[in-house]
Design a protein around this ligand. Structure first.
Ligand SMILES: *[C@@H]1O[C@H](CO)[C@@H](O)[C@H](O)[C@H]1NC(C)=O
Ligand SMILES: *[C@@H]1O[C@H](CO)[C@@H](O)[C@H](O)[C@H]1NC(C)=O
Ligand SMILES: *[C@@H]1O[C@H](CO)[C@@H](O)[C@H](O)[C@H]1NC(C)=O
Ligand SMILES: *[C@@H]1O[C@H](CO)[C@@H](O)[C@H](O)[C@H]1NC(C)=O
Ligand SMILES: *[C@@H]1O[C@H](CO)[C@@H](O)[C@H](O)[C@H]1NC(C)=O
Ligand SMILES: *[C@@H]1O[C@H](CO)[C@@H](O)[C@H](O)[C@H]1NC(C)=O
Ligand SMILES: *[C@@H]1O[C@H](CO)[C@@H](O)[C@H](O)[C@H]1NC(C)=O
Length: 424
């Protein structure tokens, strides 16, 4: 039965095509849901008795919207009448407040006085006013190169989809990861540049709607772990520090999130979980290798950097400081030496200028000191170059000279004026 009807249709379509002039165009051409649409008919000829409108792909009574008798204006609704359709005397079909489900093929069949029929075809596409889509991510915090990003543009309506990244239309290169319908964006081995705000937009000829942004975090690093001195200067593998000065070592790296830090000194871990390490007063004891280990808790990667910190030889300005500064007659005084050379070979103390007769004592590499011509029996030398003078008398006041010789043979002389206060 259905087959017979279909065959008849094909035949009539072929037959009618020869002289079919009937055309059907929707007005407006791209209606939005809710619009009043007219399927306007052109090319009707002859004296017509009746119109039959069908909403469906074939001429079948089950698709009949309405039959219309031209002479009386009587309209009889068919099975697909939705209560919104009205046939006009000129054959056009009005649909009031059109819905997406009104989309599809429409067929107009006319009947003339000779009981000949003619058929015209038209297509109606009703566009939805699109609701805001939602971007659904299977994960918004990913590890670089390891994880796969999958974003779905969720929208109940058929529509075209386009993607935005940080407010800009997504570059073509990134669009390669799109599914054929454009709704799923996939990136294998996500990169840090791809972290940011993603939005999708659905659109059709009558409306457009963009989703709220979804923020994507991409974890990476640590990379390029390095130790910088005082936050600005990039340092080499050795940092030279002046005696008794302070420096701060900064551990820097490229990492997301910020890594956890561990510092080590000569291979021993220090209790310091910060990105910097202070050396508040540089001495020989602070010389050594400082290592910073940066650990990223998200990527589970770590990196490290080391620097060797040394006392800067040039900057060790020697200085003689009497302690106490103004000793009294009868007191002891120590002429302490700050910043004496680390690689000291020998030294000699003189009362007055550095000459053999005024030599108080000299200290040898063995640590033994030898009394000189000017030694009074009250002077003692120490390995750190200090000179102790016991039971001062007023004639002890005046100039003292220290001469040092380093292993490299570098000689330096330094003087100090000792004052001795009279006992009241
Ligand atoms: C559709 O037509 C009805 C009746 O004429 C009218 O009330 C309504 O405002 C029209 N709707 C639109 C969207 O033009
Ligand atoms: C997210 O989707 C991708 C691709 O389907 C998959 O490989 C990955 O395992 C998913 N990640 C999570 C956390 O589900
Ligand atoms: C995404 O990031 C932007 C800017 O940092 C912020 O304003 C917005 O609230 C974030 N959105 C979400 C869903 O976290
Ligand atoms: C180190 O420097 C401080 C402040 O500059 C000073 O008071 C101190 O005497 C110095 N110590 C030595 C051993 O030079
Ligand atoms: C290092 O010194 C700076 C300023 O001198 C100070 O703000 C910081 O707290 C110190 N850090 C440590 C770990 O002592
Ligand atoms: C040098 O050594 C002596 C004796 O050990 C000590 O009393 C003195 O304080 C030391 N001086 C310095 C500057 O270290
Ligand atoms: C001070 O000491 C020197 C050397 O020990 C000695 O020759 C001299 O007499 C002393 N002077 C006084 C006033 O005690």
């Amino acid at each position: 039965m259905a087959l017979t009807g279909y065959s008849w249709l094909l035949l009539s379509a072929v037959f009618l095509n020869v002289r079919a002039e009937i055309s059907i165009t929707p007005e407006p051409a791209q209606p939005a849901e809710g619009d009043n649409v007219t399927l306007v008919v052109h090319g009707l000829s002859g004296e017509l008795l009746a119109y039959n409108w069908y909403a469906g792909p074939t001429l079948s009574v089950s698709y009949l919207v309405a039959s219309y008798i031209v002479s009386t204006g009587d309209e009889t609704p068919g099975p697909t009448h939705t209560g919104r359709e009205t046939v006009r005397p000129d054959g056009s079909l009005d649909i009031q407040g059109v819905l997406p489900r009104h989309s599809g093929t429409y067929i107009l069949q006319t009947l003339n006085r000779q009981f000949q029929t003619e058929v015209g075809y038209g297509h109606l596409q009703v566009y939805e006013i699109l609701a805001q889509p939602v971007v659904v991510a299977n994960n918004t915090a990913l590890v670089e190169r390891r994880d796969t990003l999958r974003l779905l543009c969720s929208s109940p309506s058929p529509a075209e989809v386009r993607w935005f990244f940080n407010g800009e239309a997504l570059p073509i290169a990134i669009r390669l990861g799109l599914s054929p319908d454009g709704r799923v964006l996939t990136r294998h081995g996500i990169r840090r540049e791809e972290a940011g705000a993603y939005q999708c937009e659905v659109w059709n000829p009558v409306s457009v709607s963009r989703s709220e942004p979804i923020n994507l975090t991409v974890y990476f690093g640590p990379e390029r772990v390095a130790i910088l001195q005082d936050s600005t200067t990039r340092t080499g593998c050795t940092i030279k520090v002046d005696f008794n000065t302070s420096i701060t070592l900064w551990c820097v790296s490229r990492s997301c999130p910020e890594p956890e830090y561990v510092w080590a000194f000569n291979g021993r871990a220090l209790k310091n979980g910060q990105d910097h390490l202070n050396i508040s007063s540089m001495t020989a004891a602070q010389e050594g290798t400082y290592t910073c280990i940066a650990k990223n808790t998200k990527t589970l990667l770590s990196g490290s950097a080391s620097v060797v910190v040394k006392l800067s030889a040039a900057a060790v300005a020697m200085m003689i400081v009497p302690i106490p500064a103004k000793p009294m007659e009868g007191q002891d005084v120590t002429l302490t030496v700050q910043g004496y050379p680390k690689d000291l070979l020998v030294y000699a103390w003189y009362r007055g200028p550095a000459s053999e007769p005024s030599r108080l004592l000299s200290q040898l590499p063995s640590g033994n000191w030898i009394a000189g011509p000017a030694h009074t029996g009250r002077e003692v030398g120490f390995a750190n170059c200090s000179l102790l003078v016991q039971k001062l008398n007023l004639t002890d006041a005046g100039r003292y000279t220290l001469k040092t010789v380093t292993l490299q043979g570098k000689t330096e002389t330094l003087e100090v004026e000792l004052q001795v206060a009279r006992e009241c």
